[in-house]
Design a protein around this ligand. Structure first.
Ligand SMILES: C[S@@+](CC[C@H](N)C(=O)[O-])C[C@H]1O[C@@H](n2cnc3c(N)ncnc32)[C@H](O)[C@@H]1O
Length: 202
């Protein structure tokens, strides 16, 4: 309309700008600022370090922890502002920090573990099938998908909840669930609705 400055509509969570804006303003209510207990426990149970991918790593607290323990880790995020934040947190911890899109990046190696935290729940519904296919594509038989799932009927997000049967539809064709427990130290946005799960690639 002539004379009225055009307001560009806010981009959705499928776009890096959505996340850049939030990291830039320091509005990151999903950010735990610490490593969840179930991950610490999972690490302690592994006989050897696993080649790990962390998609949508955000501030990369978990990547920093794994890197400090000597685990080979790729932390990936498509938001340059998130990656800059992660870089500040990682300092000299040896982590392969990559700014790229989970759905299209070229992996530099085969991963043994994909660690999930607040990534699937950050994706709009229309990307869920692609997420399921991509995690299956990135892991060899026996590989693990482990982490936290926001299991509830919260349709408006992010975070977008997923129902147990919806998660099964996404993962059961290619994975077998081998662990499923309630998360005990969730931060407020996820409290009471977060489950620790491990899925093994068939
Ligand atoms: C809710 S935050 C969670 C960050 C981190 N996992 C955590 O637990 O604090 C979601 C992150 O996923 C990233 N992200 C969303 N879609 C992505 C995609 N397609 N490829 C890579 N990163 C993506 C966002 O930039 C954002 O940093």
């Amino acid at each position: 309309m002539s004379g009225v400055p055009e307001m560009s509509p806010e981009k959705g969570p499928e776009h890096p700008d959505f996340w850049c804006k939030r990291f830039g303003k320091g509005v990151t209510p999903w950010d735990a600022g610490r490593v969840p207990a179930a991950l610490v426990d999972f690490i302690a149970r592994q006989p050897t370090p696993l080649h790990t991918l962390i998609p949508g790593c955000g501030s990369a607290w978990d990547a920093a922890h794994l890197g400090e323990l000597g685990w080979p880790v790729t932390a990936l995020d498509f938001s340059p502002v998130a990656v800059a934040t992660a870089s500040d947190i990682l300092q000299n911890v040896p982590v392969n920090l990559v700014c790229d899109d989970f759905f299209t990046f070229t992996p530099s190696r085969t991963y043994q573990l994909i660690y999930e935290r607040a990534f699937l729940c950050a994706l709009p519904h229309k990307l869920r099938d692609d997420w399921g296919k991509r995690v299956a594509e990135l892991l060899p038989s026996g590989g693990l998908l482990a982490g936290f799932f926001f299991v509830c009927d919260q349709a408006k997000g992010p975070p977008f909840g997923i129902l147990p049967e919806e998660l099964d539809i996404l993962l059961q064709p290619s994975f077998q669930r081998i662990e499923d427990t309630a998360a005990e130290d969730s931060i407020p946005v996820f409290a009471g609705r977060e489950r620790w799960q491990v899925w093994r690639r068939r």
